[in-house]
Ligand binder design. Structure first.
Ligand code: AMP
Length: 283
């Protein structure tokens, strides 16, 4: 595996790869890699793509400086994991490579409700930061394929919009959420949970699953109340629980005719750790 730290070195490498006719699959991450990341990387490798993983903890997308400071980092372990997976390139840039001259100017892209709803409402400026780094990374890498997780549903939709607006040819694929046996969605932030918090956090999946099972039988308002009550009674602090359209993220108040692309989305605090999850509501 090549470990490259500068844009120049990476682009030189990618030029050589493309000259051989190979296509590039890109998996952007913030490190502290787990099996959720591995699934994306393995998928790219299995597709026969020259697979590039980036690790960059993007300061621009953290609205909370403590969250940035406490974000888990373990590059040594990440390198080992990537090597064992058979990843072809790790891009490990410093801030100066991503934001030359400390340029943090926001990108001129109107995300409409995508920026202000759900995660956008609770993490002001977050998606501006996501768009900023993804625009830069996509321009640097120019991948043929981009693999991201459905775990961050809103981020996936935002990046899809960015790709459309930039007129890029890259194929974006959203891959399913990888969970622990308990159902807890894997997340780098789980590393910060204590054993008892981890046990409590299982209620998130259990609730989503029960809501999915009962989805067609009850009004959405009733399901929302049930979900919030259950999560709170397990000792977690609720930020939001909503039913949304999986393309537009429009919040749904009532069942609709022919509903097929509906997701329940949730954000909670488990102690000092913020966790998000979602599940498609199969009719
Ligand atoms: P992050 O390092 O948290 O920025 O995540 C990098 C990529 O991995 C994003 O596309 C995430 O959606 C994806 N990802 C994170 N956790 C999971 C998971 N449990 N299952 C699938 N994809 C995930």
């Amino acid at each position: 595996m090549f470990l490259l730290k500068t844009v120049k070195a990476l682009q030189r490498h990618l030029d050589e790869v493309r000259a051989t006719g190979d296509a590039v699959g890109f998996v952007p991450t913030m490190g502290a890699l787990h099996e959720g990341h591995s699934a994306l990387i393995q998928h790219s490798i299995d597709e026969g793509l020259h697979t590039l993983v980036s690790i960059y903890v993007n300061p621009a997308q953290f609205n909370d400086s403590e969250d940035l400071q406490k974000y888990p980092r373990n590059v040594g372990r990440d390198v080992e994991l990537l090597h064992n997976l058979g990843c072809h390139v790790l891009f490990l840039p410093g801030d100066a490579e991503i934001y030359p001259k400390n340029d943090m100017t926001p990108i001129d892209l109107d995300l409409g409700n995508l920026e202000t709803t759900l995660e956008g409402a609770f993490r002001p400026g977050h998606f501006e930061g996501v768009v900023r780094v993804m625009e830069r990374l996509l321009k640097i890498v120019e991948p043929d394929y981009l693999f991201m997780g459905q775990k961050d549903l809103q981020q996936l939709i935002v990046v899809r919009r960015l790709i459309q607006e930039m007129g890029l040819k890259v194929q974006l694929e959203g891959l399913p959420i990888v969970r622990e046996i308990t159902g807890l969605a894997l997340s780098s932030r789980n590393e910060r949970l204590t054993k008892s918090q981890r046990e409590k956090a299982v209620v998130i999946y259990a609730t989503l699953h029960d809501i999915q099972t009962n989805f067609i039988n009850y009004p959405l308002a009733e399901l929302r109340t049930l979900a919030k009550t259950r999560v709170r009674s397990a000792g977690l602090k609720m930020e939001y629980f909503e039913f949304v359209n999986g393309h537009t993220l429009e919040i749904l108040q009532e069942h609709q005719d022919g509903e097929d692309d509906i997701f329940a989305v949730i954000a909670v605090w488990c102690g000092e750790v913020r966790l998000i999850d979602n599940m498609k509501m199969e009719p």
